[in-house]
Design a protein around this ligand. Sequence first.
Ligand SMILES: *[C@@H]1O[C@H](CO)[C@@H](O)[C@H](O)[C@H]1NC(C)=O
Ligand SMILES: *[C@@H]1O[C@H](CO)[C@@H](O)[C@H](O)[C@H]1NC(C)=O
Ligand SMILES: *[C@@H]1O[C@H](CO)[C@@H](O)[C@H](O)[C@H]1NC(C)=O
Ligand SMILES: *[C@@H]1O[C@H](CO)[C@@H](O)[C@H](O)[C@H]1NC(C)=O
Ligand SMILES: *[C@@H]1O[C@H](CO)[C@@H](O)[C@H](O)[C@H]1NC(C)=O
Ligand SMILES: [Zn+2]
Length: 953
Amino acid sequence: MQRRSSTVNKDHSENMSYNQESEPFDHLLPNSKSKKGSYSPLKITLITLFSISIIALLFSNFLFSPIKTEKMTSKLNEDRVLLPKNSKPIHYDLNLTPDLEKLTFSGQVEISLQILEESKELTLHSNELSINSVILVSDGKSDQINLSTLVFDKKDDTVKIPLTHPVSPSSKVSLKLSFSGELNDLMAGFYRSRYVNSEGQEKFMATTQFEPTDARRAFPCFDEPALKATFSITLNAKSGLTALSNMDVKEQKVDSQTGLVQFKFHDTPIMSTYLIAFIVGELEYIEGYTSGEFNGKPIRCRVYTPPGQKERGRFALEVATKALEFFAESFGIAYPLPKLDQVAIPDFEAGAMENWGLVTYRTVALLVDEATSGSRAKQQVAATVSHELAHQWFGNLVTMEWWSELWLNEGFATWVGNLAVDHIFPEWHSWTQFLVDDYSRALTLDSMRSSHPIQVPVRHSSEISQIFDIISYSKGASTIRMLSSFLGLKKFLDGIKIYLQRHKYKNASTNDLWAALSEASGRDVGKFMNLWTQTIGYPILTVTDSDDLKSINIVQNRFLSSGNATSDEDKSIWWVPLLLETSFNSTTPSDDVLSERSTSIQLPSDYSPSENSWYKLNSGTVSIARIKYSSNAIKQLSKGVVRGEINVNDRIGLISDSFSLAFSGHSKTSDFLTLLQSYKNENNLVSWQEISSRFDTLLGAWSEEPLNVVEKLRKVQIDLLMPLMQSMGWDPKPEEDSLELRLRSLAIRSLGLSGEPSVIKEAKARFNRFLVEGDVNSLQTDIRAPVFAIGVLYGGQAEYDVVKSYYLNSTLPMDQRLIALNALGSTRDPVLVQKTLDFVLSDQVRNQDIYNGLVLLSLHRESRKLLWNWYKSNYDTLAERYRASMSSLGILVKICAGEFTTHEMANEVEGFLKKKDSSKFERALDQTLEKIRGKADWVIRDRADVDQWLASQ
Ligand SMILES: *[C@@H]1O[C@H](CO)[C@@H](O)[C@H](O)[C@H]1NC(C)=O
Ligand SMILES: *[C@@H]1O[C@H](CO)[C@@H](O)[C@H](O)[C@H]1NC(C)=O
Ligand SMILES: *[C@@H]1O[C@H](CO)[C@@H](O)[C@H](O)[C@H]1NC(C)=O
Ligand SMILES: *[C@@H]1O[C@H](CO)[C@@H](O)[C@H](O)[C@H]1NC(C)=O
Ligand SMILES: *[C@@H]1O[C@H](CO)[C@@H](O)[C@H](O)[C@H]1NC(C)=O
Ligand SMILES: [Zn+2]
């Protein structure tokens, strides 16, 4: 599944800012202290940048329930709540009839079983289904089960079926159930999604989202990933509608009794329930074929959309045809199904879902408009499509044995998805983008006490959704990147081939992956990787220079964003490639590995300390660690940055480390501000993303400080960015690539929202030309997001209304409309703030998009309070609306509370939610509180240090 990437990106201290989010959704927010209503640009004090992600994917949860165990042992499995082991499914014959008018469905399923031990009862999963009849067929004899004897367990979503006669392993047994249910509006199970049909009327389609545990909402089944079976699926639909499932249609005929068209699909290969999908609705499609070079034959790929949008699927189709060949080549196994469909679903909770052969996406994660969508939107689509298609092998063909191994699916798909994007679009430098999208965010979250190990014990299915988070995805992917870089890409992929070949159509675990990689590389991979996947956190390496500056000493300790780890928390000794490079040889980093608490290494013999010499660890920012250098070493490195000797991945790593060490108290915030001064000539987009997101976190934490301090900090940001803005100008140059277009957007946003008058003036002029005068060519797509936000921020009711009607124009591509929805949160007028808060709950904003309207509100000190009050008064409504959602309640608490900066507010948030049932977002809540308190401590600790630094400038 693809996370809806942080919708929460305003979350600087987690550096949520960029992942998967597109710039179109990034915005800065001013924090005005001006009195209500009287808003003048000059009074804007603070800003914070953030971005939302929409596109992406995510399942944002960084939320989860606390996991006590730091180190997992193999005993982990013992207390899993699983179905009884007396039987398992072999084949499902499933027939479903959705009623798109009544919004209900009915179905029959016959499940052929293998009986593993003599049994008097059978238990399977079922949730919110009415079971209308149950028949046990044993060796040809049918037995109607008395319905009032069924035992439903609401907590475990199971139904226990007592049998009149016991069944034994020698019998040929199947269960026939008929059932019915509601096509719900929860974006889970078999659900309804609203779309506009070809006549312009609002209609519903029926679609599915089963991962992790919602197949049981659509049909009674054995809903655990390792319980694989084959499926033959039949859908009955009104004539004129399209019906899709994992496989292609085998037979299609009209049922003379009902008049419905019966679509019978080919049998699936053996597969897990969470990957089943079916869709009925009015859809159109475009299609293409892969080259067939590595798949043995061309594979038919289609992109389906609601009426009128199919052309927007062109880009995703192209990516899919290339990615399917790339993966067949990389994995050495052909795509196993006859076709691949990708479908844009208007209501969709995650970013996308890898159902085998029928991948579903939220609209913005699949469709782009060549003419109007921004560059970042396209890159997001490419990333999402690649991620989902990687799952067709990694996850679908070979499946994790249980949800505690979720990282295997998601971490790997994230890493290999990026590999595919880099292969198809080398000009995007996606491994550098990876550093802000994944690496940096993973390290930020994993420095919190409320983080968790990559391999996480999952006992009950209710705990599963909270692990679709940054740790499983981004730390998982960063771990794989570190390992693949150490083993070498070729050996690594050889190991993956062994793993897939060996476990195809079966389940597998992390140990199976290590075993295959060990075989391919000749190293004991498990030995050095187990700690990485089984332990929370990662190390800080403290580096000291020897007196003669010829060698260095390195000590590792657990890194915590709240300061030193206690000795209990600091027991892990990680295995860390050191990757030492120097000013004399920056092309080939050393192969030293740290595997003890501390070590001393000689600097290379060609290194001699001088005025312009430097050395750096973690070359390429590959190893998962923070590095703290001596003040002399960091000074030498910043001189290297100024002279342009440090490559971009290393520049990003330096900023990331320096900021994190300031936040945690391992070094001073003034050191971070000083280091930033060496980035004045920086011209790389990703490096600026890292800088902006970190600087915005600083501004956010300082947002409640005296106005003059905040203004001086804003000035620091303006001074950093102005040279860049002046050299780029407002209009794209013909030779610019997409990264440069996005860099301009970033600069305008930061400068405009921090109050740079020249930028505000130009933004307002362009806002008017585009939105008021209707000159559609007057605003290049990549800068629409910041211009809309600046327009609303410095405008009034009129600007607000024009942006709102842009959002409401349903003919525009979704990524563009969401830019407008985001900008509605940019207002500082309390009356308009209230309008935005009311609007997001109206039926003009889909449940999945509510965050877009809220996220900017959280960044301003006054609207933040209105937002929190709104959250409190609407708590019950929100809890009900998002009850089946994996991540929404967690995202909401992060947005509505996470920007506070004081201990008092942390206590207030904690006090309010203590009285509620926060079990579904416990982890998000813990992380939110830890973050607020971390900011509060940071400001108290470094307030004087920052004042002093500002005074010295
Ligand atoms: C079904 O079971 C219930 C409770 O055990 C019993 O009262 C009822 O008579 C049974 N009905 C039939 C048709 O056997
Ligand atoms: C999972 O895979 C292992 C190894 O192939 C196998 O022994 C086990 O039976 C599988 N689990 C299930 C539930 O099928
Ligand atoms: C961590 O511990 C070291 C050594 O005791 C001390 O010098 C340093 O100030 C501590 N840092 C923090 C952030 O508490
Ligand atoms: C850099 O170091 C590597 C490994 O020690 C060596 O093979 C390479 O030749 C060196 N490059 C230069 C330019 O000295
Ligand atoms: C919606 O957008 C389209 C395309 O830009 C435009 O032609 C149309 O006039 C807009 N409709 C409204 C009601 O603004
Ligand atoms: Zn995924």
